[in-house]
Ligand binder design. Structure first.
Ligand code: CAA
Length: 630
């Protein structure tokens, strides 16, 4: 074993196993170790073919994103890929898990690729504002042509092994025994003794150059967000694959990759990716959650019904409690409507829908919740909450947890009077959709850590992104309130609702002003602030609020504020989030801008003391993220 790559010999086959948990990201150590192991295998006269496989859950899921902002070390990934391709002995890549980005590019540099049937392949670089920069834009179209190459690279979507095989991206699929199959194939190739065909020499995808050029031209015309430069550069690179000799194409790709890497959009998207991963790093992350198989939901309003659909979709049993028969029927109908939409969209089979429905119960009697390991009350049905509070002793069985959306819910007091305050926690599911990913989880002072861990695990299970707030305040709600107040200020200064909407959309807010809630109608004047001023006021309000939340320990780290903004308020992901933007602008400049606005509304815009502290020590918000953020 040379660090992160284990080397074994099976007959005439050298098996190189990559081992860099959790996702075999292609960091400097792994690249260097693989290059060394490859060289050794090439030099070893007893070796006739080489297999590159991966230990653990996946073949490399890409370059190491955390290295993108650090000084370059070790052999560069494109150079490693070139070395694999130039190997005089056949190299076989054995793919399982998620072979993504640089991982897939590494595989494309090998001479043969086989995959486990469950493997997923893709180029997610575009979601990070990048393009496949290790030869992917040049090798992929040689194998599968312009249309499929562009589809994969511009959408960033993953495909299954069968589809990859059908389009010619890989050469074989096995149901099981991947490594053994790869070794057997390698042994055959070693016995044949033919020199391998490098992907750079393949021309299958160039069979029809006229069609290729037409596809490039059409891709150039496709409407796209002008603020995201990566797709256009991908089109350029795929065009270059046809027009330029391979090495010149690689140089072209490398230049485009380097340009994109330092672009503000890529920095923002990288930050957003890592910020979402950091969310799971909470004080209770190591605690074992209590098992939950049955859940009660109070209220079948839009949020409750959405939660129920998500819980059922994850295979849980669920009971809807409503205050009366009519409300119960309406709630069940909402769930049915959500289900039908999923079936119509092809995301749910009728059989799965029926199975979900069988695990659903509805009642107007809160005592029917006895036996549920978790009760979720988003706060949409105050009458039902009241009834549950009266019957809580019978409904909240020992060990069950209670998650409450309304800070003023009578259930808090009811839980405390039963000696169950430790089992109750605050929960904010603000977007009334079963697909809305973000849920804000806020332990009260008395909440037991195990309760937080249990509810977080339940929400993860149903596909939610969990934002862990602290100290009795919800991060997302506080940010929303700050943004709303800034918009109200702009309205009072004469901006019409349409101007507010346009300003936010121009800035990049995907949903405009909607996530900020209803704004009061105000008199529109001729002296309306400009769109830029409106957006700037809103951005600075979010930054100021975010800084206060961080200083008060409500947000566990600045990057959590950014996730709340991007996933909860539609803040443009490619801008990273308000705290990322503050860092990028420079905190001194941001503080001064805040001070200038604070004269208008000190509560909204005055900068918290944390700005002075960070500025004094030459730090930025990202320095408080725990060292992992971009
Ligand atoms: N680099 C560094 N770390 C990564 C990583 C990467 N490419 N991908 C995942 N990780 C880390 C995560 O940060 C997380 O770390 P912690 O446990 O310390 O928080 C850990 O791996 C597990 O990740 P997830 O929580 O996301 O696990 P998951 O099972 O939900 O998803 C995944 C796994 C599908 C691989 C997902 O992590 C993912 O989509 N990763 C990004 C893939 C990607 O974008 N690759 C392209 C990189 S760019 C590139 O390769 C450029 C090029 O052409 C040279």
């Amino acid at each position: 074993m040379a660090g992160t790559v284990a080397r074994a010999t099976r007959g005439r086959v050298a098996l190189l196993t990559l081992d860099n948990p959790p996702v075999n990201a292609l960091g400097a150590a792994l690249r260097d170790d693989l290059a060394a192991a490859l060289d050794a295998a090439i030099e070893d006269a007893a070796v006739g073919a080489i297999v590159i496989a991966a230990a653990g859950r996946t073949f490399p899921a890409g370059a190491d994103i955390r290295e993108f902002d650090a000084e370059a070390r070790g052999i560069a990934l494109p150079d490693l890929c070139d070395r694999i391709e130039a190997a005089p002995k056949p190299v076989i890549a054995a793919l399982h898990g998620t072979a993504l980005g640089g991982g897939l590019e590494l595989a494309l540099a090998a001479h043969v690729r086989i995959a486990l049937a469950s493997a997923r392949l893709g180029f997610p670089e575009v979601k990070l504002g990048l393009l496949p920069g290790a030869g992917g834009t040049q090798r992929t179209p040689r194998l599968i042509g312009a249309e499929q190459a562009l589809r994969l690279m511009i959408s960033g979507q993953r495909i299954g092994a069968a589809e990859a095989l059908a389009m010619g991206l890989i050469d074989g699929v096995v149901e099981e025994g991947l490594t053994e199959a790869a070794i057997a194939l390698a042994a055959d190739l070693a016995a044949e003794g033919k020199p391998p065909v490098p992907t750079r020499a393949r021309r299958t995808g160039f069979r029809d150059p006229v069609l290729y050029a037409r596809i490039i031209a059409a891709a150039r015309e496709a409407p796209r967000n002008a603020r995201l430069p990566a797709p256009d550069r991908i089109v350029d690179c795929v065009e270059a694959a046809l027009l330029l000799p391979f090495d010149a194409g690689l140089t072209f790709e490398r230049t485009a990759f380097a340009d994109l890497l330092t672009s503000p959009a890529a920095k923002g998207l990288r930050h957003a990716f890592l910020a979402e991963r950091l969310l799971r790093h909470t004080p209770e992350a190591g605690l074992a959650p209590r098992p939950v198989a049955q859940v009660g939901v109070v209220g079948g309003g839009p949020v409750g019904a959405g939660l129920l659909a998500a819980l059922l979709g994850a295979g849980l049993r669920a009971t809807l409690i409503e205050a009366d028969r009519d409300a119960l029927i309406a709630g069940l109908e909402r769930i049915a409507t959500l289900h039908e939409a999923e079936v119509a969209a092809g995301r749910l089979t009728p059989e799965a829908r029926d199975a979900d429905w069988e695990r659903l119960a509805g009642s107007v009697d809160p005592a029917r919740l006895a036996g549920a390991e978790a009760i979720l009350d988003p706060g949409e049905a105050p009458q039902a909450s009241l009834a549950l509070a009266d019957a809580l002793a019978a409904s909240l069985t020992p060990g069950a947890v209670l998650a409450l959306g309304d800070p003023a819910s009578p259930l808090w007091a009811a839980a405390a009077s039963l000696g169950r305050a430790g089992d109750a926690i605050g929960l904010a599911v603000t977007e009334p959709s079963h697909v809305a990913p973000l849920v804000d989880l806020c332990p009260a002072p008395a909440t037991a850590a195990e309760t937080t861990a249990t509810v977080a695990a339940l929400l993860h299970r149903v596909g939610k992104t969990v934002l862990r707030s602290a100290n009795g305040t919800f991060v997302l709600e506080s940010l929303r309130a700050a943004g709303r107040r800034a918009l109200r200020r702009a309205a009072e200064a004469g901006a019409a609702p349409e101007a507010l909407e346009a300003a936010l959309r121009d800035f990049g807010f995907a949903l405009g002003a909607r996530p900020f809630g209803a704004l009061p109608a105000t008199a529109v004047s001729d002296t309306s602030p400009s769109g830029e001023r409106i957006a700037e006021g809103c951005l600075l309000a979010l930054i100021a609020a975010g800084a206060r939340l961080v200083a008060a320990g409500v947000a566990l780290r600045p990057s959590d504020v950014d996730v709340a903004a991007t996933l909860g308020l539609g803040f443009p992901r490619w801008r990273g989030g308000p705290m990322h933007m503050a860092d990028e602008r420079g905190l001194l400049q941001v503080r001064n801008a805040l001070l200038a606005l604070a004269a208008e509304d000190a509560d909204l815009w005055s900068p918290a003391a944390i700005f002075d502290h960070l500025i004094k020590y030459g730090e930025r918000f990202r320095d408080l993220d725990g060292g992992k953020s971009a």
